[in-house]
Design a protein around this ligand. Structure first.
Ligand code: HXC
Length: 526
């Protein structure tokens, strides 16, 4: 390696110089060496370069900073240098579209981050920002380069800062394919989407050993911060995949829904002819309002065939979010899920929905809401953990979104949740309702118990009186027509008309211009 910098042992003829470059190039490709590459493979993991080969279009990768090395001489590091210093950086194309990439090389000092390693990533982020294209970072690292100390910590901070500046300008995707621990987790956490591979990746702020010392909990790395934990319990990861190949495939799929930057137009997919006439939707809503149905059936029936890419699939399943296409045009979908907890809004559902709405608004992706919501989840757990602040996140996110916004109320739109779920009052452009919609302050039974309390108590047969009053309340409010008479609903439509109505409405809204009052930035209740 030193030969490369000092040119010692070389005559200055052209042949030697060309050979010098060739040798350096092939040395860089070896990373930490054959033995460590074998160890990586034995763990079921690919190398940094193999991953980039899978991610990028064939032959499109251009490497930047291949000969960068660390500058530390502590603990004998001056005698151990590897070209590239544990991260492969550059740019290429994914489905023909420019994408910046970095991929940490675990075979070099465990992919740990040195000052030079961080500088390489920051350089790529700077290019992505200046040239307006997404960045995909593949993380496989033991964290801060322990021998370096504060230079490494500074490198992380430089990276967090750049991630934050790039937020909302270009899409940022983090793919976790090995360890990602300590402060290192905060770069992925700032980015827009996190992917994890089951069984071989984990993320935590403090590992099992420290956890045992501090809280006396005995927990494995997988239980503490594996793909299952973060896709189901914490929501830190948006996608988990059974292996690296499928994981990278999903990254490509996600990018196909996104613009290159916040000022770019959305990509349009080749139109997929729709197979269904939507008639299935006319029979979907059960007569009994207490009965559930699966909102995914509505989503799948309305969107272009097989176009729905669900995000956060295993987290807060009482709300469904993801990208889809309507006649080839990309939209973001937020839908209450009556099949899980009756579609109630709780803390996690509100956080999940809010983050997604804000992403779509950053990148000009129109929003479609399917609404069937009984309200916010009651109880001490929710109140003490901040359903007020967290519910407000979803409300705020919808209120400030300036993209085209449409809601379809399929059944319940009760209470505050009616307002929150993209109502006309908070800036939605179009609200449709199915004839099965019920737009009311609350469910009929609860309402009757409160407003007819005296009558029910006086009656000989309390249950019968309650049932009568419930029926009367239902008759008055369990429909979309009062809201339609006030103009809060633009049109009551048959379920089977939904797809065509949405295609027409989004087309009508495609040149929408909306601005927010001048400000530095708003103060979303975080
Ligand atoms: C330098 C490191 C390293 C690190 C691993 N290596 N982590 N070198 N700095 N942080 C080296 C090892 O010495 C080894 O070198 C090679 O990488 C592979 O490591 P192994 O331990 O053999 O691999 P494995 O058994 O798979 O274990 C992986 C690991 C473990 C779980 C990541 O290496 C580990 O616990 N590393 C330390 C993690 C850590 O505490 N990092 C600092 C966190 S604090 P050889 O030469 O044998 O191949 C932090 C703060 C960030 O990150 C703050 C930002 C704000």
């Amino acid at each position: 390696m030193d030969d490369l910098v000092t040119n010692k042992n070389l005559d200055f003829n052209k042949g030697d110089k060309f050979q010098q470059l060739e040798e350096a190039n092939s040395e860089a490709l070896k990373g930490g060496g054959v033995h460590r590459i074998e160890t990586q493979h034995k763990k079921g993991k690919l190398t940094a370069r193999e991953r980039l080969n899978l991610l990028l279009d064939k032959g499109s990768f251009n490497e930047i900073g291949k000969f960068v090395t660390h500058r530390s001489s502590e603990f004998g590091l001056d005698k151990e240098k590897y070209l590239g210093d544990g991260v492969v950086t550059g740019y290429g194309t994914i489905n023909g579209r420019l994408t910046y990439v970095y991929s940490q090389d675990f075979t070099v000092f465990g992919g740990s981050l040195s000052e030079a390693h961080a500088e390489k990533i920051v350089k790529i982020l700077d290019l992505a920002l200046k040239n307006g294209a997404p960045i995909v970072g593949i993380n496989d690292s033991g964290g801060a380069r322990i021998q370096e100390g504060v230079e490494s910590l500074g490198g992380y901070a430089d990276l967090f800062y750049k991630n934050t500046l790039a937020s909302g300008v270009v899409p940022q995707i983090s793919v976790i394919m090995g360890p990602c621990a300590g402060g290192a987790v905060y770069s992925p956490a700032i980015t827009d989407f996190v992917f994890m591979v089951e069984g071989t990746s984990y993320m935590f702020v403090t590992g099992p050993k420290v956890v045992r010392t501090v809280t006396h909990e005995d927990v494995t790395a997988e239980t503490l911060g594996g793909a299952a934990a973060h896709s189901m319990k914490s929501g830190v990861t948006h996608f988990s995949a059974p292996n690296e190949v499928e994981c990278l495939q999903k990254v490509k799929s996600l990018l196909s829904y996104l613009p290159q930057n916040c000022e770019d137009v959305l990509p349009v997919a080749d139109f997929v002819p729709e197979g269904s006439n939507g008639k299935k939707l006319d029979d979907l809503i059960p007569d009994n309002p207490e009965k559930a149905y699966n909102i995914r059936e509505v989503v799948d029936e309305v969107l272009d065939a097989d176009s729905f890419l669900e995000i956060h699939k295993n987290f807060a399943q009482n709300i469904v979010v993801g990208f889809g296409r309507l006649r080839g045009r990309n939209i973001g979908i937020v839908a209450n899920q009556p099949a899980v907890l009756a579609g109630v809004l709780d803390i996690h559902a509100s956080q999940k929905g809010a983050r997604f709405v804000r992403f779509c608004d950053c990148f000009n992706i129109p929003l479609l809401v399917f609404e069937d919501v009984p309200g916010f989840l009651p109880g001490t757990h929710q109140e003490w953990n901040g359903i007020i602040t967290n519910g407000a996140k979803l409300l705020y996110a919808f209120c400030e979104a300036t993209v085209p916004r449409i809601t379809v109320i399929t059944r319940k739109a009760y209470g505050g949740a009616y307002d929150v779920m993209n109502s006309k009052h908070i800036g939605a452009d179009m609200n449709f309702a199915w004839p099965t919609a019920e737009i009311a302050v609350m469910g009929a039974k609860g309402a009757a118990e409160i407003i007819f309390k005296k009558e029910i108590l006086k009656a000989k047969d309390h249950e019968k009186e309650l049932a009568l009053r419930e029926k009367a309340y239902n008759k008055k409010f369990a429909n979309p027509y009062i809201a339609a008479s006030r103009g809060f609903i633009d049109e009551v439509i048959m379920p089977h008309q939904t797809r065509e109505k949405l295609i027409a409405a989004f087309e009508m809204l495609q040149n929408k211009v909306a601005t927010l009052p001048r400000k530095k930035h708003g103060n979303i209740p975080l």
